[in-house]
Design a protein around this ligand. Structure first.
Ligand code: NAI
Ligand code: MG
Length: 515
């Protein structure tokens, strides 16, 4: 059973759960448009639920197409007439540095809201989600005054040419529920650095932390209308953003199915899209690995964030010589993983985000049983209230079972056996996804063969989940289009203008260079 309401005392008095409710009371759960919190059209709201209990936390404004219109107009005006794209890069950088500082100063409050809304542990929010958001914003603050064009020597006599890199305009950004504030940070930081303005739609399951981030952005000096936040559902609000003629570019993180819809919606106006979609990432454990590190690494690769991570280590391929021991030790770890109130410091696994997600994951558990995979542990819901489930491990899984083919997105580890490196590369690649992979080996040849052979946007060696702001991240195949992080992310938010300029007519008056 899960101990409800017994969360530990935080550093500022009151239990963490009580302090989270205080933070919620201070928040305005409305749409952030043009620097103000406003109601949705006709005062429409939806219920935001507490994943620990399944009960209502708060009514949140539900953006309609008319609200998207208002937000796009505000972002349009801020881009076409406002100061943000016209500031120097250095000035924009200072504002983003202030925002990064404010996120750190409010880390506790943001972490409390995030745990309350999503069910992920407060300790994870404090150590990863919130600091990662600040770090991402700070990294892109550094880019603001380094976005450069180039001077190009041309064949046409008497001319020179150069390029300007201009902000693309209004960015429509749609994010999921699994890392609400971190995904908001990943999306807004490069867009703001480039001088774009933003309409961000957060998931209806986790609307809270981005509203507070929007407020902090205003405090940092981001002008009103530059960063608008809409809380609403996908079909209405998300689709209205994707197809709106005033939105110049769409960025999306979420499921591959909705990614396909986003592409269709954006096609009508030839809008560039960047998509970070689902994954079914292989983890390959070779028989020459450091076994202790690999068992723990593979466990965290899957169970981190309740398995609700696009880059999680979903298909665990273990070489036959160490297979039995690896399975036994993986089961021990999974059985010991503590499920409980995410505000408790010793909890490793909180509830899943929603009843819908719990049902989906439990359906996969059922399907694994029916298809004959061996259930090593777990497989049950925990308690009657909230969306908790047991850490679950299936082994002796076959490649064609649904639990191996699909993205489960929950705390269910899938273990498969392999013999040779060539075989495992082929099997790892036998998927429509290609987001990430991890390989565990001490051998240089194997490491090279696997990292080069597996088709994925990111490959980790003897580790997992490291996603640095400076390193490109994104998917091969149906896992997405484009890369986030690093200079790659700026490509999505800038476009190149080529300028041809005549040189002085007399060759003697030209400089001695040919450019
Ligand atoms: P989803 O893809 O439906 O939702 C992601 C975002 O897209 C949300 O903000 C949602 O409101 C919005 N959206 C939904 N329909 C839309 C539309 N027609 N136009 C524009 N925006 C729309 O993900 P969902 O339903 O929350 O989760 C379902 C599955 O998706 C999960 O079980 C998981 O397998 C996968 N997923 C993958 C994520 C990733 O990071 N790759 C993140 C979240 C979910
Ligand atoms: Mg919620």
């Amino acid at each position: 059973m899960v101990n409800q309401g017994k969360s530990q005392t935080g550093q500022k008095g009151g239990s963490n759960a009580e302090r989270a409710m205080e933070a919620l009371k201070r928040l305005t759960p409305k749409l952030l448009i043009d620097g103000k919190f406003v109601d949705a059209k006709d005062g429409m709201t939806f219920e935001d639920l507490d994943p620990r209990t399944g009960e209502k936390l708060v009514d949140v404004a539900e953006a309609q197409a008319e609200d998207v219109e208002r937000a796009v107009q505000a972002a349009r005006k801020a881009f076409d007439e406002g100061p943000w794209p016209r500031m120097t890069g250095e000035q924009r950088g200072r504002v983003l540095l202030r925002l990064a500082d404010l996120v750190e100063e409010h880390a506790d409050e943001l972490a409390l809201l995030e745990t309350l809304d999503n069910g992920k542990t407060y300790s994870q929010c404090m150590s990863i989600d919130v600091p990662g958001t600040a770090q991402h914003i700070r990294y892109f603050a550094g880019w603001c005054d380094k976005i450069e064009g180039s001077t190009i020597p041309v064949a046409t006599e008497g001319f020179t040419a150069y390029t300007l890199r201009e902000p693309i305009g209004v960015a429509g950004q749609i994010i999921p529920w699994n890392f609400p504030i971190l995904m908001a940070g990943w999306k807004i930081a490069p867009a703001l650095a480039a001088g774009c303005t933003i309409v961000l739609k957060v998931s209806q399951y986790t609307p809270l932390s981005a509203l507070r981030l929007g407020e902090l952005a205003l405090e940092a000096g981001v002008p009103p209308g530059v960063f608008n936040v809409l809380t609403g559902k996908g079909a209405e609000c998300g689709d209205a953003i994707t197809t709106h003629p005033g939105v110049d570019k769409v960025a999306f993180t979420g499921s591959t199915n909705i990614g396909k819809k986003i592409m269709e919606g954006a096609a009508s106006r030839i809008k560039p899209v960047s998509l970070e979609l689902g994954g079914n990432s292989p983890v390959v454990i070779c028989d020459d690995c450091d076994l202790d590190a690999a068992v723990k690494g593979a466990h965290e690769a899957l169970f981190f964030n309740m398995g609700q991570a696009c880059e999680c280590g979903a298909r665990l391929f273990v070489q036959e010589g160490i297979y039995d021991e690896f399975v036994a030790r993986s089961l021990e770890l999974a059985k010991a993983r503590k499920v409980g109130d995410p505000f408790d410091e010793d909890t490793a696994q909180g509830p899943l985000v929603s009843q819908k997600q719990l049902d989906k994951v439990m359906d996969y558990v059922e399907s694994g049983r029916k298809e004959g995979a061996k259930l090593g542990c777990g497989g049950q819901r925990v308690g009657e209230a909230g969306f908790y489930m047991e850490p679950t491990v299936f082994y002796d899984v076959k490649d064609d079972m649904a639990i191996a083919r699909d993205e489960i997105f929950g705390p269910v580890q899938i273990i498969l056996k392999f013999k040779t490196i060539d075989e495992v590369i082929a099997r790892a690649n036998d998927t429509n996804y290609g987001l990430a992979a991890a390989v565990w080996t001490q051998g240089l040849d194997r490491m090279q063969a696997l990292t080069r052979g597996i088709k994925a946007g990111t490959v980790w060696v003897n580790t997992h989940h490291i996603l640095d702001a400076a390193v490109p991240f994104g998917g091969y195949k149906e896992s997405g289009i484009g890369r986030e992080h690093g200079s790659a992310a700026l490509e999505h938010y800038t476009q190149t203008k080529s300028v041809y300029v005549p040189l002085p007519a007399s060759k003697t008056q030209r400089s001695w260079v040919t450019m």
